[in-house]
Design a protein. Sequence first.
Length: 352
Amino acid sequence: MEKLKQWQMTALKEDFSLVESEMPTINENEAIVKIAGCGVCHTDLSFWHDGVRTKKEMPLTLGHEISGVVTDGPTHLKGKNVIIPAVLPCGNCELCNKGRSNMCQNQLMPGNDFHGGFATHIVVPHQYLCLVPDSILAKYSLAELSVIADAISTPYQVIKKSELDTGDLAIVIGVGGVGVYGALIAKIMGAKVLAIDINDEKLANAKKHGVDATLNSKGLSHKEIKVKVREIAKELGASKFGWKIFEISGTTPGQELAFSLLTFTSTLSIVGFTMDKLNVRLSNLMAFDAKLIGTWGCKPELYPEVVDLIASGKLDIKDFVQTFPMSQINKVFQNTLEHKYDKRSVLVPEHK
């Protein structure tokens, strides 16, 4: 019988410990997924390094960006390739019934509420597992597709929430891991896309993959940036009104810049996370008749749409993902913390 191996967080900032146990038993609502890959997310770093509290106490197996193969569970799922949504709702509460299942207050998150994906196997509720068609595996490994569970689905949901229209100017602030996917998805949905960052390499990568314009904001005042954005909008043939602004950097400067770019009938979407507080004039929302919205993960109902984007070839993720053996988890986490990677890292367990 194959053993369950998990790389667990036992203390803040300490190395993960490899723990081996018997394969668990499951109930009728659960499935066992043999993990193909688990992405390393900023949220994992926040739990491990920054002291953000997890729902389940340590020792805890982190990881919520997971793909794999169902080995035990309902007959119709056995042997299927799946993506595990990063947020698993109950499906029956008021918010679920109102189409806001991503905010279900009974939701379960792998690597937070229960042991997550830095392991060989995981036990999960099977209701919302997202099937991966065989056709997509001709181009991508199942491990690479694990990033759908958060890095791609999260910006997909917020772009849909923003009511982005064809021809709108989409301004994406922060085009690292999640941000570059947001920029590319906005482009696929018909927007004129401007990427803003302080890193020329990230901007060049976004431009290479199809965004319309880039702007390095380093050393520029908000007023100077807004003037440049207006010039870029004019060059792209986009309206000076109704800008769709996506703050994905998760930094105080990024959020302050995003708010300063509000104009008439704009929508500002907050995707990145920081504990810092901002000093902003909320009356700008009134004066511009603008919207400020947040987002949390992605409701599982949208996952098949994200998979279709990749399966159809509209969204190419090959250049944005790199894989490592899961046994290198401690090295990968440290290197990620030190910003040594320019691609999303996916840890792949060595199954024997």
